[in-house]
Design a protein around this ligand. Structure first.
Ligand code: FEO
Ligand code: CA
Ligand code: CA
Ligand code: CA
Length: 667
């Protein structure tokens, strides 16, 4: 984000993610990590260590390969068996088009605007047109994010891709003539839709795409004739399931529940369904009755709506993120009578059956309501379904859901494993241990605040405040390694806000994020865990260190133990956002090379994008990732995926990655 950027909804989006709404007073993770680091330092006899090696504790992780993790200039990389590709050099990763390892190839698939039904035309980036709202509902959306490939009977050549469309800037989705420049109290005018058509175009570009794709003689294509293709967007009818029913007083607006929005990362279940996660849903609501009062010391919005305590904790505000939907769609107008219930209908994990095109998306309320980044679902002791989830806001929490019973047994009884179980929030203790704190109305402290378990789930953030969960630095994706270790990216992006961290703790300078890992007791079903820092991004920023990266966001561990790291934020040394690969068998407690992981850059995106979303074919010879918001929609920065012409509007798209020798991706 440069200072030249107009203050549109994207900027507000970033500001909001960075602004805490947690006033619980729970001790932040940075404090905990600082104390933990200091203790390690004392135990090491007061020697000075690099920050990462403070965490070089001999912890009880299940599998340690102990292979040396080389780093440094290209040519010094050693093969460690898992990763042998030549990385993209820093010098090559900053252009208007992507760069990929010399050992790999890529192609583009399903850019924003690709028609998913016969008879609909593609939008291809023409700068003087945009899709109509009706066309957009039959085209691939914008803001490609989390996704998963569901193979057709195990095929490596054909399957259904479910893909999230997180968000689109007003200025990217619309022509200037579709927008009004309105003084909304910012340093520059806000650009918001001036018609219902423009609002609907935006709404139809959000949500999820379900599309059948196949390998057509070496080129991956969308099968436009497939009856599985569909778009799920902000106006699609949805169902609620689990403890909180759609007609519960906290959710019931009197109208059919509709829509999913700000679909960020994702998960998938062992029973073949897709999970999409609603993240910054608060930003789409605004108070249409509010007028800007510039008469006081600072600008204030005066309207008929004022937030409840709960709405404040979830970040609702009079102007939202300046999408401006409330101007033409009363459902997103906070001054309407049922707006509390409408706001409570978002912030959930939503299950979609990719093979049943007529099935409604189902919001799984047992998993709690917060700003769901993603969900990593694994099978724990006794066959129980276990879901790890991050809430992406500065000083918010990491959660876990454990189903009541074996997932297969539950399904045999006609129950969803995601409807019956326990929800926990994580507390990270100073000594490297951790506790999962159950969010249950049986806890007297929660019973004193809430009237029912339903209310606990709808306001899970507040429940987690009360039980004393540990505020984290923006938890993004989680992923579960083959040995049961769980990884979470803490992107820690402090671009616009002063740090609220203890200046004495060694992570205070950690403005580029880090990755934490933990290992749960009782095969993911227990209430305790051990944790450590896996890597601090700041440790890769030295001159001459080719590994450099910051703001880790997307994560995936493959079945061999390779960790894929995707970034979203300003990278050092002029790099575009990127995807890197390292081995989870290296690590901070590798005695031969503490704190130095062999992290290799596989791919870099284009100017002003982020790299997000990751899935593979069953043989892992094909990988799909995304470039989101290339060029921030500005054709003078990049025209990707069109050829460089300075004019064509850049479009979010999926990137299909293959290894030239046909090998496993990441090797
Ligand atoms: Fe949608 Fe936190 O990234
Ligand atoms: Ca994003
Ligand atoms: Ca993300
Ligand atoms: Ca991010």
């Amino acid at each position: 984000m440069t200072s030249k950027e107009p203050l549109d909804n994207a900027t507000i989006h970033d500001l909001q993610e960075d602004s805490p709404s947690n006033t619980s007073g729970n001790r932040p993770f940075t404090d905990v990590a600082g104390v933990y680091a200091s203790r390690r330092k004392v135990l090491k006899g007061g020697l000075t260590f690099a920050a990462a090696s403070f965490f070089a504790a001999p912890m009880a992780f299940a599998a340690k390969g102990g292979k040396p993790g080389p780093n440094g200039a290209v040519g010094q990389f050693k093969q460690n068996g898992l990763i042998s590709f030549d990385p993209v050099l820093i010098a090559d990763g900053s252009g208007p088009v992507p760069a990929i390892s010399a050992d790999y190839d890529y192609q583009v698939l399903i850019p924003w605007g690709t028609a998913i039904e016969p008879g609909t035309s593609d939008y291809t980036g023409n700068p003087v047109t945009r899709p109509t709202a009706a066309e957009q509902a039959k085209q691939i959306g914008i803001g490609h994010d989390g996704m998963w490939f569901f193979p057709d009977n195990g095929s490596n050549e054909r399957g259904v891709l479910c893909i999230n469309h997180e968000f689109g800037r007003n200025t990217h989705l619309n022509l200037a003539s579709d927008l009004d420049a309105v003084d909304r109290g910012s340093s520059s005018p806000s650009l918001i839709p001036n018609s219902l058509e423009a609002v609907l175009r935006s709404q139809n570009a959000h949500g999820v795409g379900v599309v059948e794709i196949y390998n057509n003689s070496g080129t991956w294509e969308l099968d436009v004739a497939s009856n599985k293709n569909r778009r799920i967007h902000v106006n699609t009818p949805v169902a609620f399931s689990g403890p909180v029913a759609a007609d519960h007083p906290l959710l019931n607006t009197g109208a059919q529940p509709r829509g999913t929005v700000n679909n960020c990362a994702n998960g998938y279940t062992p029973w073949g369904t897709y999970l999409t996660c609603e993240e910054n849903f608060n930003g789409y609501f605004g108070d249409e009755s509010a007028v800007l009062d510039l008469g006081g010391e600072s600008p204030a919005w005066i309207g008929s709506w004022s937030p409840t305590e709960e709405q404040e904790r979830y970040g609702f505000s009079s102007r939202g993120f300046d999408y401006g939907w409330e101007r033409f769609d009363p459902r997103f107008d906070l001054s309407q009578a049922s707006s509390l219930q409408e706001t409570n209908r978002f912030g959930w994990v939503v299950e979609i059956d990719p093979m049943a095109p007529n099935s409604a998306p189902v919001k799984r309320t047992a998993l709690g309501r917060f700003k769901h980044e993603g969900v990593a679902l694994t099978v724990g002791q006794g066959g129980r379904a276990v879901a790890y989830m991050g809430d992406d806001q500065r000083f918010d929490y990491i959660y876990k859901f454990v189903s009541d019973d074996n997932w297969q047994a539950m399904r045999a009884q006609g129950k969803s494993p995601l409807d019956h179980g326990k929800l926990y929030a994580a507390r990270f203790n100073d000594d490297g241990s951790g506790d999962w704190l159950e969010l249950t109305i049986a806890n007297p402290a929660l019973d004193a605040r809430f009237s029912s378990q339903e209310e606990v789930l709808v306001y899970a953030r507040i429940a987690a405040d009360i039980v004393g969960a540990t505020p984290m630095n923006r938890p993004e994706w989680t992923t579960v390694a083959p040995n049961g270790d769980v990884y979470c990216a803490l992107t820690n992006n402090s671009r616009r806000q002063p740090e609220q961290e203890d200046s004495a703790n060694p992570l205070q300078a950690n403005s580029d994020g880090h990755i934490i890992r933990w290992h749960d007791s009782e095969q993911h079903t227990g209430t305790t865990f051990d944790w450590e820092i896996f890597i601090i991004s700041d440790d890769t920023q030295e001159d001459g260190d080719e590994r450099t990266f910051g703001d880790p966001d997307g994560l995936w561990v493959d079945p061999d133990g390779r960790l894929f790291i995707q970034t979203d934020g300003g990278q050092k040394k002029g790099l575009n956002n990127q995807m890197l690969v390292c081995s989870t068998f290296d690590g901070p407690n590798d005695p031969t090379d503490p704190g130095k992981l062999d992290v290799r850059r596989l791919f870099t995106g284009v100017s002003s994008d982020e790299i997000t979303g990751i899935t593979v074919t069953p043989d892992r010879r094909i990988m799909f990732i995304n470039t989101q918001h290339p060029g921030n929609g500005d054709p003078t920065r990049t025209n990707f995926p069109a050829a460089t012409d300075g004019v064509t509007i850049p479009r979010d798209c999926t990137i299909v990655i293959t290894r030239k020798d046909g090998g496993i991706i990441g090797s």
